[in-house]
Design a protein around this ligand. Structure first.
Ligand SMILES: [Zn+2]
Length: 277
Protein backbone atom coordinates (compact mmCIF):
# COMPACT_ATOMS: atom_id res chain seq x y z
CA UNK A 1 0.00 0.00 0.00
CA UNK A 2 1.21 3.47 -0.86
CA UNK A 3 2.43 5.68 1.96
CA UNK A 4 4.06 9.09 2.06
CA UNK A 5 5.69 11.42 4.55
CA UNK A 6 3.96 14.57 3.37
CA UNK A 7 1.99 15.97 0.47
CA UNK A 8 5.19 16.96 -1.37
CA UNK A 9 6.96 13.60 -1.40
CA UNK A 10 7.44 12.53 -5.01
CA UNK A 11 5.19 9.53 -5.67
CA UNK A 12 4.70 7.46 -8.79
CA UNK A 13 1.51 8.96 -10.17
CA UNK A 14 0.33 5.55 -11.33
CA UNK A 15 0.87 3.35 -8.27
CA UNK A 16 1.75 5.71 -5.41
CA UNK A 17 5.21 4.21 -4.73
CA UNK A 18 7.75 6.74 -3.43
CA UNK A 19 10.19 7.69 -6.21
CA UNK A 20 11.82 10.57 -4.33
CA UNK A 21 15.44 11.03 -5.39
CA UNK A 22 15.31 8.55 -8.32
CA UNK A 23 16.86 9.52 -11.67
CA UNK A 24 14.28 11.22 -13.91
CA UNK A 25 15.31 9.04 -16.87
CA UNK A 26 14.36 5.85 -15.02
CA UNK A 27 11.09 4.17 -14.20
CA UNK A 28 9.12 3.41 -11.04
CA UNK A 29 10.67 0.33 -9.34
CA UNK A 30 7.16 -0.91 -8.55
CA UNK A 31 5.27 -0.50 -11.83
CA UNK A 32 7.73 0.85 -14.39
CA UNK A 33 5.87 4.12 -14.99
CA UNK A 34 8.45 6.72 -16.19
CA UNK A 35 9.70 8.92 -13.35
CA UNK A 36 9.62 11.97 -15.64
CA UNK A 37 5.85 11.51 -16.14
CA UNK A 38 5.31 11.80 -12.38
CA UNK A 39 7.32 15.01 -11.89
CA UNK A 40 5.30 18.11 -10.89
CA UNK A 41 6.40 19.90 -14.07
CA UNK A 42 4.70 17.18 -16.14
CA UNK A 43 1.48 18.84 -14.94
CA UNK A 44 1.39 21.84 -17.23
CA UNK A 45 -1.93 23.10 -15.84
CA UNK A 46 -5.27 23.93 -17.45
CA UNK A 47 -5.43 26.92 -19.80
CA UNK A 48 -6.97 28.91 -16.94
CA UNK A 49 -4.17 27.91 -14.53
CA UNK A 50 -1.56 29.00 -17.07
CA UNK A 51 -3.11 32.46 -17.39
CA UNK A 52 -6.67 33.37 -16.34
CA UNK A 53 -8.81 35.35 -18.77
CA UNK A 54 -11.93 34.95 -20.88
CA UNK A 55 -10.15 33.03 -23.66
CA UNK A 56 -8.50 30.74 -21.11
CA UNK A 57 -11.84 30.18 -19.37
CA UNK A 58 -13.47 29.16 -22.65
CA UNK A 59 -10.52 26.94 -23.60
CA UNK A 60 -10.66 25.23 -20.18
CA UNK A 61 -14.42 24.69 -20.43
CA UNK A 62 -14.08 23.15 -23.91
CA UNK A 63 -11.16 20.96 -22.82
CA UNK A 64 -13.15 19.74 -19.78
CA UNK A 65 -16.09 18.95 -22.06
CA UNK A 66 -14.18 17.18 -24.81
CA UNK A 67 -11.33 15.48 -22.92
CA UNK A 68 -12.08 15.59 -19.19
CA UNK A 69 -9.60 12.80 -18.31
CA UNK A 70 -6.68 14.29 -20.23
CA UNK A 71 -7.45 17.79 -18.90
CA UNK A 72 -7.48 16.77 -15.25
CA UNK A 73 -4.34 14.66 -15.77
CA UNK A 74 -2.54 17.92 -16.62
CA UNK A 75 -3.98 19.94 -13.70
CA UNK A 76 -1.48 21.81 -11.62
CA UNK A 77 -1.97 21.02 -7.94
CA UNK A 78 -2.79 24.45 -6.57
CA UNK A 79 -5.87 26.10 -5.15
CA UNK A 80 -5.55 29.83 -5.80
CA UNK A 81 -6.22 29.95 -9.55
CA UNK A 82 -8.49 26.91 -9.44
CA UNK A 83 -10.53 28.71 -6.78
CA UNK A 84 -10.96 31.74 -9.01
CA UNK A 85 -12.11 29.46 -11.85
CA UNK A 86 -14.78 28.07 -9.49
CA UNK A 87 -15.74 31.62 -8.51
CA UNK A 88 -16.32 32.60 -12.11
CA UNK A 89 -18.40 29.50 -12.84
CA UNK A 90 -20.60 29.80 -9.76
CA UNK A 91 -21.11 33.59 -9.95
CA UNK A 92 -21.90 33.66 -13.66
CA UNK A 93 -23.92 30.46 -13.47
CA UNK A 94 -26.08 32.06 -10.76
CA UNK A 95 -26.31 35.19 -12.91
CA UNK A 96 -27.76 33.22 -15.85
CA UNK A 97 -30.38 31.45 -13.73
CA UNK A 98 -31.35 34.65 -11.91
CA UNK A 99 -31.70 36.49 -15.21
CA UNK A 100 -33.89 33.78 -16.72
CA UNK A 101 -36.01 33.54 -13.56
CA UNK A 102 -36.49 37.31 -13.41
CA UNK A 103 -37.52 37.43 -17.04
CA UNK A 104 -39.82 34.46 -16.72
CA UNK A 105 -41.46 35.23 -13.37
CA UNK A 106 -41.12 39.00 -13.28
CA UNK A 107 -42.17 39.60 -16.85
CA UNK A 108 -44.94 37.06 -16.39
CA UNK A 109 -43.90 34.66 -19.15
CA UNK A 110 -44.85 31.66 -17.08
CA UNK A 111 -46.22 33.22 -13.92
CA UNK A 112 -49.79 33.84 -14.93
CA UNK A 113 -50.45 30.13 -15.41
CA UNK A 114 -48.73 28.99 -12.21
CA UNK A 115 -50.97 29.39 -9.14
CA UNK A 116 -49.25 31.19 -6.29
CA UNK A 117 -46.69 32.91 -8.49
CA UNK A 118 -49.02 35.44 -10.15
CA UNK A 119 -48.01 38.07 -7.61
CA UNK A 120 -44.43 38.05 -8.86
CA UNK A 121 -45.35 39.26 -12.32
CA UNK A 122 -45.00 42.93 -13.15
CA UNK A 123 -48.32 43.86 -14.71
CA UNK A 124 -48.62 47.62 -14.72
CA UNK A 125 -46.24 50.15 -16.23
CA UNK A 126 -42.65 49.83 -14.99
CA UNK A 127 -42.26 52.12 -12.01
CA UNK A 128 -39.90 52.28 -9.08
CA UNK A 129 -41.87 49.62 -7.20
CA UNK A 130 -41.80 47.20 -10.12
CA UNK A 131 -38.07 47.68 -10.59
CA UNK A 132 -37.50 47.03 -6.89
CA UNK A 133 -39.57 43.86 -7.16
CA UNK A 134 -37.57 42.63 -10.16
CA UNK A 135 -34.30 43.52 -8.42
CA UNK A 136 -35.27 41.61 -5.29
CA UNK A 137 -36.36 38.63 -7.37
CA UNK A 138 -33.05 38.66 -9.26
CA UNK A 139 -30.99 39.01 -6.08
CA UNK A 140 -32.95 36.31 -4.25
CA UNK A 141 -32.54 33.75 -7.03
CA UNK A 142 -28.86 34.64 -7.48
CA UNK A 143 -28.08 34.09 -3.79
CA UNK A 144 -30.07 30.87 -3.68
CA UNK A 145 -28.36 29.38 -6.75
CA UNK A 146 -24.85 30.51 -5.74
CA UNK A 147 -25.32 29.09 -2.22
CA UNK A 148 -26.63 25.80 -3.63
CA UNK A 149 -23.74 25.36 -6.10
CA UNK A 150 -21.16 26.36 -3.50
CA UNK A 151 -22.70 24.00 -0.94
CA UNK A 152 -22.76 21.06 -3.36
CA UNK A 153 -19.10 21.72 -4.22
CA UNK A 154 -18.12 21.68 -0.54
CA UNK A 155 -19.98 18.39 -0.04
CA UNK A 156 -18.13 16.87 -3.02
CA UNK A 157 -14.80 18.23 -1.74
CA UNK A 158 -15.36 16.61 1.67
CA UNK A 159 -16.53 13.43 -0.06
CA UNK A 160 -13.39 12.88 -2.11
CA UNK A 161 -11.17 13.78 0.87
CA UNK A 162 -12.92 11.04 2.85
CA UNK A 163 -12.64 8.64 -0.11
CA UNK A 164 -8.90 9.32 -0.30
CA UNK A 165 -8.40 8.61 3.40
CA UNK A 166 -10.43 5.41 3.20
CA UNK A 167 -8.70 4.04 0.09
CA UNK A 168 -5.09 5.12 0.63
CA UNK A 169 -5.09 7.80 -2.06
CA UNK A 170 -3.29 11.10 -1.49
CA UNK A 171 -6.27 13.42 -1.92
CA UNK A 172 -4.92 16.38 0.05
CA UNK A 173 -6.94 19.59 0.52
CA UNK A 174 -5.00 21.12 -2.39
CA UNK A 175 -5.61 18.13 -4.69
CA UNK A 176 -9.32 17.98 -3.79
CA UNK A 177 -9.58 21.75 -4.25
CA UNK A 178 -8.00 21.73 -7.71
CA UNK A 179 -10.29 18.89 -8.84
CA UNK A 180 -13.60 20.21 -7.46
CA UNK A 181 -12.89 23.80 -8.54
CA UNK A 182 -12.38 22.62 -12.12
CA UNK A 183 -15.47 20.42 -11.90
CA UNK A 184 -17.55 23.59 -11.33
CA UNK A 185 -17.46 23.82 -15.14
CA UNK A 186 -20.39 21.39 -14.77
CA UNK A 187 -22.24 23.92 -12.59
CA UNK A 188 -21.90 26.60 -15.23
CA UNK A 189 -23.12 24.11 -17.84
CA UNK A 190 -26.04 23.19 -15.60
CA UNK A 191 -26.95 26.85 -15.08
CA UNK A 192 -26.80 27.56 -18.81
CA UNK A 193 -28.99 24.57 -19.66
CA UNK A 194 -31.45 25.31 -16.83
CA UNK A 195 -31.85 28.91 -18.03
CA UNK A 196 -32.19 28.05 -21.71
CA UNK A 197 -34.44 25.10 -20.91
CA UNK A 198 -36.73 27.27 -18.84
CA UNK A 199 -37.00 30.02 -21.44
CA UNK A 200 -37.58 27.49 -24.20
CA UNK A 201 -40.17 25.79 -21.98
CA UNK A 202 -41.90 29.12 -21.34
CA UNK A 203 -42.20 29.59 -25.08
CA UNK A 204 -43.61 26.08 -25.52
CA UNK A 205 -46.11 26.69 -22.70
CA UNK A 206 -47.41 29.83 -24.38
CA UNK A 207 -47.61 28.06 -27.71
CA UNK A 208 -49.57 25.17 -26.20
CA UNK A 209 -51.99 27.61 -24.57
CA UNK A 210 -52.92 29.23 -27.85
CA UNK A 211 -52.67 26.39 -30.35
CA UNK A 212 -54.12 22.95 -30.74
CA UNK A 213 -51.13 20.66 -30.18
CA UNK A 214 -53.09 17.49 -29.41
CA UNK A 215 -51.34 14.94 -27.24
CA UNK A 216 -48.28 17.18 -26.83
CA UNK A 217 -50.34 19.62 -24.78
CA UNK A 218 -49.47 18.05 -21.41
CA UNK A 219 -45.68 17.77 -21.91
CA UNK A 220 -45.57 21.22 -23.51
CA UNK A 221 -47.50 22.83 -20.66
CA UNK A 222 -45.05 21.34 -18.16
CA UNK A 223 -41.91 22.00 -20.20
CA UNK A 224 -40.82 25.11 -18.20
CA UNK A 225 -40.32 22.62 -15.36
CA UNK A 226 -38.98 19.44 -16.91
CA UNK A 227 -36.71 20.98 -19.55
CA UNK A 228 -34.58 22.79 -16.91
CA UNK A 229 -34.59 19.64 -14.82
CA UNK A 230 -33.08 17.63 -17.67
CA UNK A 231 -30.53 20.40 -18.28
CA UNK A 232 -29.62 20.57 -14.60
CA UNK A 233 -29.10 16.80 -14.44
CA UNK A 234 -26.85 16.92 -17.52
CA UNK A 235 -24.71 19.60 -15.84
CA UNK A 236 -24.60 17.59 -12.61
CA UNK A 237 -23.40 14.58 -14.61
CA UNK A 238 -20.65 16.68 -16.22
CA UNK A 239 -19.57 17.86 -12.73
CA UNK A 240 -19.44 14.26 -11.48
CA UNK A 241 -17.52 13.02 -14.54
CA UNK A 242 -14.82 15.66 -13.97
CA UNK A 243 -14.58 14.81 -10.26
CA UNK A 244 -14.39 11.07 -11.03
CA UNK A 245 -11.70 11.57 -13.67
CA UNK A 246 -9.90 13.97 -11.32
CA UNK A 247 -9.73 11.49 -8.45
CA UNK A 248 -8.53 8.79 -10.88
CA UNK A 249 -5.85 10.98 -12.46
CA UNK A 250 -4.72 12.94 -9.40
CA UNK A 251 -4.83 10.27 -6.69
CA UNK A 252 -1.02 10.47 -6.27
CA UNK A 253 -0.50 13.83 -7.97
CA UNK A 254 2.76 15.63 -7.23
CA UNK A 255 3.34 19.30 -6.63
CA UNK A 256 6.43 21.40 -6.23
CA UNK A 257 7.74 21.66 -2.68
CA UNK A 258 7.32 25.39 -1.96
CA UNK A 259 10.82 25.98 -0.52
CA UNK A 260 12.40 24.31 -3.54
CA UNK A 261 10.45 26.24 -6.12
CA UNK A 262 12.91 27.98 -8.42
CA UNK A 263 12.27 31.73 -8.83
CA UNK A 264 10.74 31.39 -12.30
CA UNK A 265 10.65 34.45 -14.53
CA UNK A 266 12.14 36.54 -11.72
CA UNK A 267 12.94 39.91 -13.19
CA UNK A 268 16.52 40.97 -12.45
CA UNK A 269 16.58 43.60 -9.76
CA UNK A 270 18.34 46.89 -10.22
CA UNK A 271 20.96 45.76 -7.76
CA UNK A 272 21.82 42.70 -9.87
CA UNK A 273 22.06 44.83 -12.99
CA UNK A 274 24.66 47.04 -11.38
CA UNK A 275 26.97 44.13 -10.61
CA UNK A 276 30.12 44.14 -12.77
CA UNK A 277 30.30 41.28 -15.31
ZN1 LIG B 1 4.63 3.08 -9.97
Amino acid sequence: MASWRDEFELLCERCGYSIEGLAREGGCPECGHPVAASLPEARVGSAWQRGPGFGAWLATMLALARRPARTVRALRIERERSGRFAGVNIKWGAFLVALAATASLGAGWTTRSVPGLEGLAVTGPIGRGELAKLGLLYLGVWCLVAALLWGLSVVEYLGIRTFGRAHGKRITPTVAGAIVCHATAGWFGAALLVSLGHLLGAGMLRWALHHNVGLLRGPMMLSPGWLPLVGGLAGLMWFEIIVYAGVLRCKFANRERPDREPPTNAAPTGWENRLPD
